[in-house]
Design a protein around this ligand. Sequence first.
Ligand code: GDP
Length: 211
Amino acid sequence: MPPDPGADRLVIRNVEFLGGMAEKHGWRPDSTLPEVAFAGRSNVGKSSLLNVLVRRKSFARVSRTPGRTREINFFRINNSFLMVDLPGYGYARISKERKAEWRPMIESYLRRTSQLRGIVLLLDIRREPSEDDREMLDFLAELEVPTIVALTKADKLSKAGARQRVAEVSRLLTLEPDQVIQFSAHSGEGRLELLEAITDLVQAVPEVDSE
Ligand code: GDP
């Protein structure tokens, strides 16, 4: 088969860790490139998904560094856009005080980043969206940030079961079915589809407010 002329845009050639934001209004990279952020509750499989997505050992090292898990971490991809890893939210073991520290940081990042082109929200394919997930979705809808939902750990269901969950979650959250992508870090299923959706977000021409 001839090579797909559009496939090259999905190749991740270069990943550079730029640094992390540790507090509200704290350091962020001096960059005007488009940004796509990744959010989800702790343990949803975000590190695993990002590692599979970019296939870089350096990436895994950063996400495992103690302290980094509570920061907003910025990665430059192919010198063309930033992937932004938001801290996992809603973990029962995190005290209210800790939550009070980083929740405003996430919200402020989302509100203030005018070059934010979209969010990938991760949900475990087997679980109902939690209160925190719904709050995040409502917040994103309020900000009018384009949202893609990645249903993680799809390998834990049968193929038919996974397809059914995509339909159910789309209905439940009133998303278009093509906004909901099933993903497995174990099998790599959904990797290309997700990369494609991310590239579309990055390349979409942002709407200009005409007011
Ligand atoms: P994070 O806290 O959201 O970064 O989650 P991790 O990526 O650390 O994953 C949390 C747990 O889920 C780990 O035990 C992973 O091995 C497991 N996990 C992550 N992705 C998958 C997946 O695609 N399939 C299965 N079966 N388990 C997964």
